[in-house]
Design a protein around this ligand. Structure first.
Ligand SMILES: [Zn+2]
Ligand SMILES: [Zn+2]
Length: 355
């Protein structure tokens, strides 16, 4: 039966529309106030005991509006480590309700700009939201001092403005910036942190000409997460990831990148076409990441640092290619906001979403 809105109902709807339109300012302010109150209260993300992985950035230097630059958060008991902090990573962590000052330390895999260009916002929020009296600790392989000195120098003026404006009681002068805690790594893996039942091991990966470039393995209460960092297919990853619950691996699909190169060639953009050709040799393909996961016997492979940018899930099969044939476990194409939780001594990998 066809329903027709009567003149009376129509008049009420029009009147309500006019009321909302004329009251837009007041209604907007009311709604904003209640959302703000809710967000401040919920800015207190808590995790059960266990090992947790939050994907705070799954993109790469090629712009993608839905993916921040490389960023992972690993939570183990009462410790929380951010592994790499690309552009937009700190914003994502904030939007997820993660309290940035609860970060134990930042770990860097290497010093390519896309892995460190979110340091400014991360260290600012760590300091100002937490009234921190000491800078954010940063661990990374040799070369870290150059990076940290540079960042501290670049943000020196910003720190003086904020102390003067808010007083050192709110933003202590001794906080702000970064403290470098470099480690030396050769061919053998090194233990970077061992504390409260958590062991973090760094291992070399092949990302030439970036030397050294490392990945990290987290072991906590019988569960394990491995993050490859940027790497071509490396035996060292298969070795370090042996038996891990989760392997987060970078991935570049050459066939799709090839289409970008063809378009650049066509447009006569030789310089950028050269770059899109050069990057093929220092990132694993999804198929190679799957082979590494298979060789390591990991349970779940998560692809991140996706190259090229993948607009939505429709394109995942084109991105994955034959990866699923090469691995018996589960493969997930990483998305910003995904959370994976591993209960102590358990077998379950629980999934959630924060964005
Ligand atoms: Zn890199
Ligand atoms: Zn990168």
């Amino acid at each position: 039966m066809k329903r027709v809105i009567g003149y009376g109902t129509l008049a009420v709807l029009v009147a309500a529309g006019v009321l909302v339109w004329t009251m837009q300012r007041q209604i907007g302010e009311q709604v904003f106030a209640s959302v703000a109150a809710q967000r401040i209260v919920s800015n207190n993300l808590r995790f059960d005991d266990g090992l947790h992985l939050v994907l705070c950035g799954t993109g790469s230097p090629l712009p993608n509006p839905d993916r921040a630059g490389p960023c992972n958060l690993v939570v183990a008991g009462d410790q929380a480590y951010v592994v790499d902090i690309g552009e937009g990573g700190a914003r994502n962590l904030n939007l997820m309700g993660y309290f940035i000052p609860s970060t134990t330390a930042l770990l860097l895999t290497h010093y390519h700009s896309d892995h460190v260009d979110g340091i400014g916002p991360l260290s600012l929020l760590y300091w100002t939201q937490g009234t921190k009296t000491a800078p954010l600790p940063v661990h990374g392989p040799q070369g870290l001092n150059v990076l940290v000195e540079g960042f501290n120098r670049a943000y020196e003026l910003d720190r003086t403005y904020r102390v003067e404006h808010h007083t050192s009681e709110i933003v202590p002068e001794t906080g702000g910036g970064l403290t470098a805690i470099p480690f030396e790594i050769g061919e053998q893996p090194v233990t970077v942190i061992e504390r409260g039942g958590l062991r973090i091991t760094a291992f070399r990966v092949d990302h030439d000409p970036v030397r050294p470039s490392v990945g990290y393995r987290f072991d906590y209460k019988g569960r394990s997460i491995v993050i490859s960092g940027d790497a071509a297919k490396s035996d060292s990853i298969a070795k370090a990831a042996r038996g891990a619950d989760i392997l987060v691996h970078d991935a570049l699909q050459p066939r799709l990148v090839g289409h970008i190169t063809d378009a650049l060639d066509e447009a006569g953009n030789e310089a950028v076409a050269t770059i899109t050709r050069d990057i093929l040799d220092y990132h694993a393909t999804p198929e190679e990441a799957a082979e590494t996961a298979q060789a390591a016997g990991v349970r779940h492979l998560i692809l991140s640092h996706l190259v090229p940018p993948i607009p939505n899930a429709f394109f995942y099969p084109a991105f994955l290619g034959d990866a699923e044939d090469a691995f018996d476990g589960k493969i997930t194409v990483g998305e910003d906001g995904m959370v994976f939780s591993l209960d102590p001594q358990g077998e379950v990998i629980e999934r959630d979403r924060l964005l």
